[in-house]
Design a protein around this ligand. Structure first.
Ligand SMILES: C[S@@+](CC[C@H](N)C(=O)[O-])C[C@H]1O[C@@H](n2cnc3c(N)ncnc32)[C@H](O)[C@@H]1O
Length: 512
């Protein structure tokens, strides 16, 4: 397959693997905002997104329904809150490992949407083809981000691109949501004959597919006989047409003698299939997003490159349902998180700049308090929910390969589970209180660490002894092979074999 080449491409391919997995810990500026129970679902993380994405992987691998990112476009500008001026190859080397980890976080029925412009958009498309696979490409949407024209350019740029890929495109076509009609689109329906069933529009009965049972004579209201036009057939069978006739839905034009069609009523019309042209009146524009930010933070404390809430509403509506998880790893002023929250989705946002705490945190606190800007009125937002503010902590393993003292049971449990099974161990499952992490393909995985059995002395609860094995069997036994991670093992080989145990010593036996 043809691929994109650039300086350091080879090195960029190993960056994600080489990036250490860090723990996530409560932020120094505050931890839980809003309702504590609801806050378990939503995470705002301050830090570099490659490290943060790696930290999320053990808990969220394959769990994210919709990823939206709006990375720096490499416009060579220095914005107030971040620099957008990487050398071309560096930008590509920055994006590649992040896309690789994002791909691993996507759910089987998930999709990723990336906004970009002419500076890097075409290079990004080729890179995404390689990372996600060309067969997963859905479409590049053209969003009319700007409606005014700039007079100091040769050709004024009116749009951004949005590249969209889905993990499983055939399935996604059936499960993604359609869009509600706008009032302009509803105007295609009218009621010239005062039909009591309301406004309707005529849909032609003919179609391109040629099949024997789709070619039959139709009698018009005036009594003429109609056959399908040359090279075409009717769209449905004769019994289906006769149903239309008996329900009063058959239509032959104003004179009653034209080509057969049927009345599709506005009330019965399905929502519409999204297309690749997103005009500013449907999906918002950059003037609108600037005003949204000014309404939130005042004119002195703005953020230069926000996206409008309506753009995110449209993407999140198409790609998710309430309760699904949305991720944005270039969060900026927090638009994706704010919109996901108002739409009843769970969310994770990552931002490395100080605006994680000066903009995203207060914005999301306002959302919880019932902020009424952006899409609030459209979705009936009244406030509620919560989120956790986190930052990156230590790497799981220090330079000597030892487990860092900051590492908690859940951190190591999820990491080991992911390395052993290739799947995520969600936070609740990773948090104990028992040492059994789970059973995968018939094998049970146990972790003896940080005194999970209630005894913090290294020589006891973290060591596999006869007493500990007895406790494991009583508390969370498994009738089949077992893998047990611990600091040491006092059982002999014969006993381990008889019990079906494969013992792995911490920290060195943990696959990195
Ligand atoms: C174009 S802005 C996103 C704007 C956002 N969509 C909004 O509506 O406000 C890009 C953001 O990505 C952040 N960013 C850039 N590189 C990053 C990295 N390596 N890790 C985390 N955030 C990063 C920048 O600080 C900036 O806030």
């Amino acid at each position: 397959m043809p691929t994109l080449d650039w300086l350091d491409r080879q090195a960029a391919f190993s960056t994600a693997n080489k990036t250490a997995t860090h723990v996530l810990r409560p932020h120094a500026a505050g931890h839980v905002f809003g309702d504590a129970a609801a806050a378990r679902d939503n995470l705002l993380i301050q830090g570099d997104n490659l490290q943060a994405l790696k930290a999320l992987l053990p808990f969220y691998r394959g769990q994210v329904k919709c990823i939206f990112i709006d990375p720096p476009y490499n416009t060579k500008s220095a914005f107030e809150h971040y620099d957008d001026n990487l050398e071309h190859s560096q930008w590509l080397s920055m994006m590649l490992p992040r896309l690789q980890v994002l791909r691993d976080l996507l759910r089987e029925d998930g999709s990723i949407w990336v906004t970009i412009d002419d500076n890097e958009g075409h290079y990004l498309k080729v890179m995404m083809d390689e990372v996600f696979g060309r067969k997963r490409f859905i479409a590049t949407i053209v969003w009319q981000s700007r409606y005014s024209r700039s007079s100091d350019t040769a050709i004024s740029i009116s749009h951004n691109f949005i590249h969209c890929y889905a993990q499983n495109p055939d399935n996604w076509k059936l499960t993604r949501n359609r869009l509600q009609r706008t009032s302009a689109q509803e105007k295609q329906f009218s009621n010239p004959d005062n039909d009591p069933r309301g406004p309707w529009r005529a849909i032609p009965w003919d179609a391109p597919n040629i099949r024997a049972n789709l070619s039959y004579p139709i009698i018009t209201a005036k009594g003429s006989v109609r056959h399908p036009p040359p090279g075409r057939c009717w769209s449905r069978t004769e019994p289906q047409w006769l149903d239309m006739v008996s329900n009063g839905k058959a239509y032959f034009g104003k004179n009653g003698d034209g080509a057969p069609s049927f009345k599709q009523y506005l009330d019965d019309a399905p929502p519409i299939v999204p297309n690749t042209w997103w005009s500013h009146d449907e999906a918002g524009h950059t003037d609108e997003s600037k005003k949204e930010i000014q309404a939130l933070f005042g004119t002195d404390s703005t953020f230069g490159t926000p996206k409008p809430e309506r753009l995110l509403q449209r993407i999140i509506h198409i790609a998710t349902n309430p309760g699904d998880l949305v991720l944005d790893s270039f969060l900026g002023s927090g638009t994706t998180a704010a919109v996901a929250h108002k739409m009843g989705r769970r969310w994770i946002g990552i931002e490395m700049g100080e605006h994680a705490t000066t903009h995203c945190t207060p914005r999301l606190q306002k959302v919880i308090d019932g902020e009424q800007g952006g899409i609030s009125a459209a979705v009936g937002w009244q406030g509620g929910g919560g989120f956790q503010l986190l930052q990156l902590g230590a790497p799981l393993f220090d330079e000597q390969g030892d487990i860092h003292p900051e590492v908690r049971f859940a951190d190591l449990a999820a990491f080991i589970w992911m390395r052993e099974t290739g799947t995520a161990l969600p936070v609740q499952a990773a948090s104990g209180p028992l040492p059994l992490l789970g059973v995968h393909e018939g094998t049970a995985y146990y972790l003896l660490f940080n005194g999970i059995l209630g005894d913090r002395r290294p020589a006891s609860g973290n060591v596999l002894t006869t007493a500990v094995l007895q406790a494991l069997n009583e508390l969370c036994g498994h009738d089949g092979p077992k893998v047990i991670y611990g600091e040491a093992c006092r059982l002999g080989d014969a006993r381990l074999k008889a019990e079906g145990i494969s013992f792995k010593q911490l920290p060195h036996a943990v696959p990195r």
